[in-house]
Design a binder for this molecule. Sequence first.
Ligand SMILES: Nc1ncnc2c1ncn2[C@@H]1O[C@H](COP(=O)(O)OP(=O)(O)OP(=O)(O)O)[C@@H](O)[C@H]1O
Ligand SMILES: [Mg+2]
Length: 265
Amino acid sequence: MTVAWQASRRTGGELRIENVVRSFAAIRAVDDVSFTVKARGITGLIGPNGAGKTTLFNSVAGTLPINSGSVMLNGIRIDGLAPHRIFGHGLLRTFQIPRPFAEMTVLENVMVTPAGQAGEQFWNTWLRPGLVAREEKALRDRARAIIEFCGLTKVERQLAGAISGGQQKLVELARVLMGDPAIILLDEPGAGVNPGLLDHIVDRIAELRKQGLTFLIIEHNMDVIMSLCDHVAVMAAGRLIAQGRPSEVTADSKVIEAYLGGGVA
Ligand SMILES: Nc1ncnc2c1ncn2[C@@H]1O[C@H](COP(=O)(O)OP(=O)(O)OP(=O)(O)O)[C@@H](O)[C@H]1O
Ligand SMILES: [Mg+2]
């Protein structure tokens, strides 16, 4: 029997992206982009293929250094920090293509957490076996509660490589929740997910927002964007071309042109 899991109350989650530039050789994949993700809200990041959305995610999460500009999380400058430090400040992300450990079960995947457990220091296994066992149990209980929240209990003993792509997206979400985030960056949570499971994923994201989490979501499915987001930023060819409420940006002629392959300067 697991206890219902609740997102913890980390404060804030405001993300300020200011004049960020990231180039690959001659391509300015992210070209002077600025926008703010409001704490406890859901901001969408949309734009045609190759617009620079994932590159911006990698830049914010610290896996790709930026060339110039700044990224602030709750007023603290995080650009230039190592990814695990940014993680420590409460910013976690998922990947466009899920990356589960295919040969491990769903439960084991969710239990794989960052450094800091006593069990990782090998002498603890000899000198303080009780501590290690207690930590392992606490970790397992927490993982199972999060798995239940994500609706994955039925598959928790299955290999992560054997479940559907949509369920793998949920495993990614569960793993991120283990890290006690303030803000979560989701890269295409709806890609390749069947409609029934997609409704469930949308519902879980809405519930997490209710519990105080902040989201920045890349998504091509406009139904997902319209139903979840209170603010949308639009990129095309590396640049931010529009931002505003979902109904505003979808009516913006620059946005329509970008999606039709029109000339975005
Ligand atoms: N590691 C890399 N090396 C060189 N060029 C890259 C690299 N990563 C991305 N790019 C280029 O940067 C541009 C932006 O790519 P990015 O993956 O950020 O787009 P995206 O908006 O996420 O697209 P999609 O919607 O297809 O996922 C593209 O022109 C891409 O080819
Ligand atoms: Mg992408």
